[in-house]
Design a protein around this ligand. Structure first.
Ligand code: HEC
Length: 124
């Protein structure tokens, strides 16, 4: 890769991180809740397998099941054991990679640290 392009990429990602820290829910002090922050992440990345009758052991669309496993969820996503996606980070990029972004991982981490609060269920 050409050097100027590398610098540009490096600067852009640093800026993105900064912006996340300043404005995003990744800001420290914000306490994520199941209904507002966690449920959409699990829905998008986990529930295809972790659903009643699915191939994975427990149902992550069930708030009780998710709360009971908050610490393990934070661990397995931090270690990139879940969602399962065998190609390494060094491999060529794939379309539809099954990976969590740093912001989502931080939400799961902060949620577990805060003892997995449920928050308010959305009004139907
Ligand atoms: C492609 C299917 C699939 C997806 C998507 C998936 N899982 Fe899993 N998960 C599994 C299977 C199968 C197991 C049981 C076998 C194992 O532990 O490897 C498992 C096990 C687990 C375990 C228990 C691991 C342990 O050893 O304690 C946790 C926690 C978990 N998944 C969390 C998640 C989370 C959180 C997501 C989404 C970010 C996710 N999984 C996405 C298939 C999946």
């Amino acid at each position: 890769m050409k050097k100027p392009l590398m610098y540009l990429l490096a600067t852009t990602s640093l800026l993105t991180l900064g912006v996340l820290n300043t404005f995003g829910q990744a800001q420290s002090g914000y306490i994520p809740t199941y209904y507002v922050d966690v449920q959409p992440i699990l829905e998008k990345n986990c529930v295809s397998c972790h659903v009643a009758g699915g191939i994975a052991p427990f149902a992550l669309d069930n708030p009780k099941e998710a709360v009971a496993r908050a610490n393990r969820i934070a661990e397995v996503t931090r270690e990139e054991y879940m969602p399962p996606f065998p190609p390494s980070r060094e491999s060529q990029p794939f379309l539809n990679e099954r990976r969590l972004g740093i912001a989502s991982k931080k939400v799961l981490e902060d949620w577990a640290k805060a003892k997995a609060p449920l928050g308010k269920p959305p009004r139907k």
